[in-house]
Design a protein around this ligand. Structure first.
Ligand SMILES: [Mg+2]
Length: 475
C-alpha cells in the first residue's frame, strides 16, 4: 500500500505561474503512480500561512485517480490563500500528521504495511510556524521509521518553474538516504517528468507487465525490458517469467539454432502447428506466413526487475489491470481498446534498438512477388489473422529482415501492450547490428508490412500459456 501526500506552496514567494506549474506536475505524477498497479491513496493540500485540504487521505475518493485530478483542477487555486505573505510549512506538515493519526484509527489496512510519500512543491522558504523539521520528526516517530523501516517514509521537495529555492531549507525537509536524491530544482514539466521517473524506478514492482522506465538516464534495457535478442535471426518478446513469444519461421529457415543457446539450452519450443511456409505453393504462393508464431519456454523462470520485465499480453488479467478495465471485461473489450481506430499508432523495435512508429493500414498492397504471384487472391495470402501496416507516413519505419519475432506494441495509460508480432520481411536493411539504414522504397511501391494479430490466435495462446498467465473470457 502506498499513501502519497502532496503539499503545494501557494505563498507569494512562489508566485501564481509557478503554483500553476506545480498543479500540472501533480497531475503528471498522479497519472504515473496510478499506472503502477499498487493500491494507493492520495491526499492534496495547498498552503501559505494556513493549509487548505483539497483531498484528505481518509476521503473515499482518495483512491480514485480521476476524481483527485478533477478536484485539483477545480478546487485548488492560488487565490484561496488571499494575499498571505506568510509561508507555514510546519503547519502544512502538521496537517499530514493529523491525517495519519485519524487514518490509523479507522483504516482496515494493516498500518505497518503502508508506505508513505510526502511530496512538497515549494521554494523551501518558510517564515511562520518555526522549523518544519519538528513536524517531520513527529511523523517519523508516528510511523516508527527506524533503521529497518526506512522504506516506509520518503519526503521529497520539488522546486518547479522559476522559483528561487533555498537549498539548505529544501534539503532539511527532504529525506536523506544513501544513493537517493530527494530534493530537486526543475525548470519545467518535462524535467519534472524525467526526475520523477528516477524517483519511481519500478525495479521493486514485481509481476507487473508493460512497465518501462522512461527516465532520460535509464538504460536501453530499462526502457524496453521485454525485448529479447535471439541472434542470429530474430527478436522475441518476454510475456511471462518463463515464456518468450517469437516467429516460427526463425527456426524453419535457420536450422542452426546455436545462436539461441543462451535462452534455449534446455528450454522448450512450441511452434504453431498450423504454420507451414510452403502450405500454398500449389496455389502460386511461394511463402505463406499465417500462424507464424513460436513460444519458447525458458529453462528457468527469469527474475523480474528494472531490466527484465514482460510486455502485457492482451486478454490477460495483468493487461486488464494495466488498462484499468473492470473485472469481467473480455478479450473483445481489449481489442476495442487497443485496436479500435482505423489507424493505430504502434511501435516496434529496430535492429539498432530504436523504437519506431508504425501506423497501420487497412488496404494491403500486394507487391511482393515471392508472396504473391500474378492473379493471387489477396485473401488467400493475407488472412483474418493479419494486421497490415504501412502507408505514406511509414516510409522511414518499415520493418527490416531480422526484426521479425519482436513485438508490435501500443501504449495505453503509460503501459505497453503487445498487439501483434512482425512477420518475416524480405526487405534487407544495411548495417543490421549497428545503425540500420532503411532504404526508401522504389518509386510507386507502397511499403506495407504484415503482422499476426494476437487476437486472432487466442486459442493457441490459451492452450499453451494457461498455466503461467491468467486469461480473461474471450467474449
Ligand atoms: Mg513563501
Amino acid at each position: 500500500f502506498l499513501y502519497v501526500y502532496f503539499l503545494v506552496d501557494a505563498s507569494h514567494s512562489v508566485t501564481e505561474p509557478n503554483f500553476n506549474i506545480s498543479k500540472q506536475c501533480l497531475e503528471v505524477i498522479i497519472t504515473r503512480i496510478a499506472s503502477f498497479d499498487v493500491p494507493i491513496r492520495f491526499s492534496v493540500i495547498s498552503y501559505a500561512s494556513r493549509p487548505k485540504t483539497i483531498v484528505d487521505i481518509q476521503d473515499d475518493i482518495a483512491e480514485d485517480t480521476e476524481i483527485v485530478i478533477e478536484k485539483i483542477q477545480n478546487e485548488m487555486n492560488y487565490k484561496d490563500h488571499g494575499n498571505a505573505t506568510g509561508t507555514n510549512i510546519q503547519d502544512a506538515l502538521d496537517s499530514v500528521y493529523q491525517m495519519m493519526i485519524n487514518e490509523k484509527a479507522f483504516t482496515k489496512v494493516p498500518w505497518d504495511k503502508i508506505r508513505h510519500a510526502i511530496i512538497l512543491f515549494t521554494d523551501g522558504k518558510s517564515n511562520m510556524g518555526g522549523s518544519p523539521t519538528k513536524a517531520v520528526r513527529s511523523i517519523e516517530d508516528f510511523l516508527n521509521v527506524r533503521a529497518n523501516r526506512k522504506d516506509y517514509l520518503d519526503i521529497y521537495a520539488f522546486g518547479v518553474g522559476t522559483v528561487d529555492v533555498d537549498w539548505s531549507a529544501m534539503n532539511e525537509i527532504a529525506s536523506k538516504k544513501p544513493g537517493e536524491r530527494h530534493a530537486f530544482k526543475l525548470n519545467d514539466l518535462k524535467e519534472l517528468k524525467a526526475a520523477f521517473e528516477d524517483v519511481l524506478d519500478p525495479r521493486d514492482l514485481h509481476d507487473i507487465c508493460g512497465l518501462a522506465n522512461n527516465s532520460d538516464s535509464a538504460s536501453w534495457e530499462q526502457k524496453n525490458p521485454w525485448h529479447t535478442l535471439t541472434e542470429p535471426s530474430c527478436r522475441g518478446a518476454l510475456i511471462s517469467k518463463t515464456w518468450v513469444l517469437t516467429s516460427a519461421h526463425c527456426f524453419s529457415k535457420f536450422n542452426n539454432t546455436a545462436g539461441w543457446t543462451v535462452i534455449l539450452e534446455k528450454g522448450r519450443r512450441i511452434d504453431h502447428e498450423l504454420f507451414n511456409v510452403k502450405a500454398k505453393v500449389a496455389q502460386g504462393i511461394q511463402e505463406f506466413y499465417d500462424y507464424d508464431l513460436s513460444l519458447l519456454e525458458l529453462e528457468k523462470p527469469v527474475q523480474f526487475g528494472g531490466r527484465i520485465r514482460p510486455i502485457c499480453l492482451p486478454c490477460t488479467e495483468g493487461a486488464n489491470r494495466a488498462l484499468k478495465m473492470k473485472p469481467g471485461a473480455t478479450c473483445k473489450d481489449h481489442e476495442l481498446q487497443l485496436l479500435s481506430l482505423e489507424e493505430v499508432d504502434a511501435q516496434f523495435i529496430s535492429l539498432d534498438n530504436k523504437r519506431m512508429g508504425r501506423p497501420t493500414c487497412i488496404s494491403a498492397a500486394l507487391q511482393d512477388k515471392k508472396m504473391f504471384s500474378e492473379g493471387t487472391d489477396a485473401s488467400e495470402v493475407v488472412t483474418d489473422r493479419f494486421l497490415c501496416s504501412g502507408g505514406g507516413r511509414a516510409v522511414e519505419a518499415a520493418t527490416c529482415k531480422g526484426e521479425s519475432g519482436g513485438s508490435l506494441f501500443v501504449e495505453r495509460r503509460e503501459r505497453l501492450f503487445q498487439v501483434s508480432e512482425p512477420l518475416n520481411v524480405s526487405r534487407p536493411c544495411h548495417g543490421e547490428t549497428r545503425e540500420t539504414v532503411r532504404d526508401p522504397p522504389p518509386a510507386n511501391h507502397k511499403p506495407r508490412d504484415f503482422y499476426i494479430s494476437l487476437f486472432g490466435v487466442q486459442d493457441w495462446l490459451r492452450q499453451h500459456l494457461g498455466q503461467s498467465l491468467r486469461f480473461i473470457p474471450k467474449e
